[in-house]
Ligand binder design. Sequence first.
Ligand SMILES: [Zn+2]
Ligand SMILES: [Zn+2]
Length: 279
Amino acid sequence: MASFHSLRIRIIRSGSSGNAIFLEGGGTRLVVDVGLPAEVVARELASLPDATPIDAILLTHEHEDHAKGAGVLSRALGAPVLANEGTLSAAAAILNGAERERFATGVPFRVGELEVEAFPVPHDAVEPVGFAISSGPIRVLIATDLGAADAELTARTRGVDVLILEANYDLRLLSVSPYPWFLKNRILSPTGHLSNDAAARVAVEAASDRLQTVFLVHLSDINNLTPLARDTVQWALQREGLGDVRVEAVRPNGTMPLWSHAAGTATEYVQPTDRRPGV
Ligand SMILES: [Zn+2]
Ligand SMILES: [Zn+2]
């Protein structure tokens, strides 16, 4: 049984081919983004202990790798899709027939036992957001698909227990990659994606005696390497004397085991079977 102040997270998939995160706190269950076929997410949820029913599906933005399965999953699970006005209208075709609820960016709202606030991130979508989610005293921040780490993001990372952060590319690998220039420029732009070095700076800013784990997500399979992303962030933390923070990089288009945290206890992985090292 989960204690009241508890958090369970599983990054079901992360990368340019699709993103979905399962998160449970205080008995309330969310899926954040459904950027892969709904049946894949449903199957992954079914493989987790007590992962259903899902109370709501949250969307960060309308890009396919975050939203394409949301309508079908919503109808299959009977869970509403929650998003802001811009994302709901941009994803209207995908969400056709699904129950939808609107939240306002910057205005906190509740889903069951969870307190949620969407905050704006710089990315080339209509109204892209990250999420700050609290389960009692436990706080998690989700920030993927952002071209730059602005002051708002930095301020929001302070005091979080878990940080789920984009580390999309290594600058050197991107510069020699076969990507066409227009795509490289899109990734590099202030509304594109976050580099390993930028993620490391965010992690250092976020580090406090509360921060337990940094999950690095949305890694490029061409312009990044899983150990490189992890080491870049871990070394930056170590240089600042913050080596206790655990850094986990999710393989491009890969998954993570279920992560569990109860207030006042050490975090643990309860389903380590699908954990694979490196690349
Ligand atoms: Zn995007
Ligand atoms: Zn994306």
